[in-house]
Ligand binder design. Structure first.
Ligand code: GDP
Ligand code: IMO
Ligand code: MG
Length: 443
């Protein structure tokens, strides 16, 4: 067994939730390290579709400890709503969940200023989820953020809310927006405090203690590498480090606790929100992928833009994160297409680029270089092992492996847990397959 990071290699929504839920059984802990309720991780469990935003996807497995690290931004209202949403599915959460006291809170002014900022940007808007994520991280960096731990001391909380609301009111007044009443915000948050206090812990300490006892951790990434605030397609990114570096800073663990990174990769490309997308297909097959792949945001319901598989981008993500294993999701959506295109590189001003260009003014002008390959007629979902997949699909997988420099160790062919092909020879080095098949029990 290893401590495993699961993260997205594209612009999010690669199917992380499904794979995390599937491989959770042999792990002891599932821990989120960044993002917030901008994430939407879909899991099908017991015949029901469940979408997780803030709470780790491992929560559906009752015996797992789920941790929310300091790198995550928490909207307490969204958190409490998610608890009651899960309760409706019969999932009770008590001491199997902890939130880091160092995580930052999202407050009502964050969503308000974000909406104004997006409006002000006009055609250049980021297309954010408008959940207040970016402004909450801004406050953290500006050292005026309010932490989850401040919910444990109501007089400190009151002072901080008062001071921040006064500052934000200057901004709101400038834009002709109604001011916020600091007293009301405090009242709302002190009410949340009462309900959340029991989950607030020293998550870094707990995590390191469990690792020292020989427990295994699955680190759950949100968003995807191309949305990383430093290495993604800036400024059309989220405001956290979704790449592997975020694990250490977002949970308080040292790099030697990370053994392997499993990249989740969709067999084509999607993107929600604005920003350059070199392999986007407008209409035609793009519309086909959107419809067949049900490419509508799990958080905002917005249609996802769709395009061909971009091996140049995924190779970049593999290099940045040290990915040697990939879970390839949704290739079933490509069933029946006669011909597929795979982007093998970018040309900019007639020159083939070596490194991935993050500058949006370059990325919006690159010309993708495509390799055309034959599609497959068969339904992938009918195959229960890798060898019995159609030859054209196996060729597609091998081409991807060559181009991105990682093994496709898992192939997902549908939304359900059992619609997955594990290449056991490759997976054996990562997780205890016997324990996986045993539903998490030690053999
Ligand atoms: P995440 O944010 O990475 O967890 O992904 P989302 O849940 O936002 O989006 C992935 C969508 O694809 C969800 O609706 C999943 O149920 C669905 N999905 C995941 N894997 C597969 C697959 O292999 N085939 C198909 N057809 N759908 C899948
Ligand atoms: P999961 O975890 C896809 C996108 C938004 C927007 C940009 C910035 O489900 O893969 P933000 O609200 O974070 O400031 O928005 O990032 N975005 C996502 N796109 N999947 C996600 O999460 C995303 N979380 C944020 O659409 O373009
Ligand atoms: Mg999602």
């Amino acid at each position: 067994m290893v401590n495993l990071v699961v993260l997205g290699t594209q612009w999010g929504d690669e199917g992380k939730g499904k794979i995390i839920d599937l491989i959770t059984p042999p792990f002891d802990i599932v821990a989120r390290y960044q993002g917030g309720h901008n994430a939407g991780h879909t899991v099908y469990s017991g015949g029901k579709k469940i979408i997780l935003h803030l709470i780790p996807s491992g929560i559906l497995h009752r015996d797992k400890l789920c941790l929310i690290g300091n790198g995550v931004v928490i909207d307490p209202k969204a958190f409490l709503n998610e608890l009651s949403y899960l309760k409706d599915f019969g999932i009770e959460i008590n001491d199997n969940l902890a939130i880091s006291k160092n995580a930052h809170l999202i407050l009502p002014y964050h969503g308000l200023v974000e909406a104004l900022d997006e409006e002000r940007r006009g055609d250049n808007k980021i297309g954010t989820t408008c959940r207040g994520i970016g402004p909450a991280y801004t406050d953290r960096a500006a050292r005026r953020g309010i932490r989850v731990g401040d919910l444990l001391n109501l007089s400190v909380l009151e002072d901080k809310i008062r001071s921040n609301v006064e500052e934000y009111n200057i901004f709101l007044d400038f834009y002709g927006e109604p001011s916020l009443d600091p007293g009301k915000v405090f009242e709302e948050y002190s009410n949340y405090a009462n309900q959340i206090q029991k989950y607030i812990k020293d998550v870094s300490f707990i995590l390191n203690e469990h690792i020292a006892e020989g427990k295994f951790v699955l680190f759950e990434g949100a968003q995807g590498t191309l949305l990383d605030v430093d290495f993604g397609t800036y400024p059309y990114v989220t405001s956290s480090n979704s790449m592997v570096g975020g694990v250490c800073t977002g949970l308080g663990v040292s790099p030697d606790k990370i053994d392997v990174v499993l990249g989740i990769t969709k067999a084509y490309t999607t993107r929600v929100g604005s920003g350059p997308f070199p392999t986007e297909i407008h209409g035609g097959i793009g519309a086909f992928l959107q419809k067949k792949g049900n490419e509508f945001g799990a958080t905002t319901g917005r249609p996802r833009r769709c395009g061909w598989f971009d091996a140049f981008a995924v190779a970049y993500a593999c290099r940045l994160n040290g990915i040697k294993h990939i879970a390839l999701t949704k290739p079933d959506v490509l069933d029946g297409l006669e011909e597929l295109s795979v982007c093998v590189g970018y040309k900019y001003k007639d020159q083939r680029l070596k490194g991935y260009p993050c500058e949006s003014w370059v990325l919006s002008e690159v010309e993708p270089v495509y390799k055309k390959v034959r599609g497959w007629k068969e339904t992938l979902n009918d195959s229960k092992d890798f060898d019995s997949f159609p030859q054209e699909f196996k060729d597609y997988v091998h081409l991807i492996e060559d181009l991105v420099g990682a093994n496709v160790s898992i192939v997902s062919t549908g939304v359900q847990r059992d619609e997955t092909v594990l290449r056991e020879d490759l997976m054996r080095s990562l997780i205890d397959l016997d324990r996986l098949k045993n539903g998490g029990k030690h053999t």
